[in-house]
Design a protein around this ligand. Structure first.
Ligand SMILES: [Zn+2]
Ligand SMILES: [Zn+2]
Length: 300
């Protein structure tokens, strides 16, 4: 880890995290969230007495002490009493969904789609050390790796779990288009990066969050495909882009339905051309994203 990327831990952060290590305090957060859910009112405030009654604690002084430890980061004081902050709300969601727990079981599952590197249909989805991984069994490349929270595996069949990762990745692409971090909503910076595999070059947009440091890597073909003109163009040709997961999208690349021609490396410029039937749509991609959209040539 370089100095530029090192995370400084302030004493306030240590205090804030420490203040959560107590059953009564977690009960206070959950009580506020439960009341919001009961009433269907976001950001509902509870009075001191209401909240005291909802939590199993011996005395008002003890309750007061615990509540004080939460006020600021996790609970806000309002005219109507107390309500959850963004931080408090996030903690309750983590508790309810066991978000701190990774999925513990998921059987290896062959999935549709094509390896973008060796062009074989040999993709397998699997759980590796608590992460969701899409790997090619033919050339041993890893195509996708992502957190695999337990909540994502609950109430879903194995094929639904795989599909949910497809949607999760696409939601990330939409946020990145607006320079929004999918985890903390901080500002992300995007740059271009290229790798050589065999006789082919692959270019990716690498987006890094200035706040939490999350790094998202997406092929430039995906950046291009999410331009509204392409989404519409694909729809006109019978394809709902959002229902095609990333690993199936790779098939468009290997079959040259999506073709990329790099026109300059410094500064980076490329044309990603989407071709269906007689129609083609050229998208100009630069260092940070789509820079221009050509006219679609479609006799239909
Ligand atoms: Zn492969
Ligand atoms: Zn972030």
């Amino acid at each position: 880890m370089t100095t530029d990327h090192s995370t400084r831990i302030d004493e306030e952060v240590v205090d804030a995290v420490a203040s959560l290590g107590n059953r009564q305090r977690l009960e206070i957060l959950v009580a506020l969230a439960d009341r919001e859910r009961e009433l269907g009112v976001d950001g509902h405030s509870m009075t001191f007495t209401d909240l005291y009654d909802a939590v199993d604690v011996d005395s008002t002084s003890q309750f007061s002490y615990h509540l004080d430890r939460l006020v600021g980061e996790f609970v806000a004081e309002t005219a109507g009493g107390y309500r959850l902050t963004y931080g408090g709300d996030s903690i309750v969601r983590a508790i309810r969904s066991d978000l701190y727990e990774s999925a513990t079981s998921f059987e290896d599952r062959p999935i549709d789609g094509t390896c973008v590197f060796c062009e074989e249909d040999a993709l397998v989805a699997r759980l590796v050390d608590g992460r969701f991984v899409v790997r090619c069994d033919s050339c041993a490349s890893t195509l996708v790796t992502d957190f695999f929270p337990r909540s994502q595996s609950a109430h879903r069949s194995p094929s639904e779990i795989v599909a949910s990762f497809g949607y999760r990745i696409w939601s990330t692409v939409v946020l990145i288009q607006g320079d929004v971090c999918p985890e903390c909503y901080g500002l992300v910076d995007t740059r271009i990066d290229g790798t050589e595999r065999g006789d082919r070059s692959f270019y990716v947009h690498v987006s890094t969050c200035r706040e939490c440091g999350l790094v998202i890597t997406l092929p430039i073909e995906v950046t291009a495909a999410f331009h509204p003109s392409v989404v519409g163009f694909l729809w006109e040709h019978g394809i709902s882009l959002f229902s095609v997961p990333l690993w199936e999208f790779f098939e468009f690349v290997t079959t040259e339905t999506v073709r990329t021609a790099v026109t300059s490396t410094d500064p980076f410029a490329a044309t990603v051309e989407i071709a269906f039937g007689d129609g083609t749509l050229p998208i100009e991609v630069g260092e940070c994203g789509v820079v221009d959209v050509g006219d679609s040539a479609d006799p239909a």
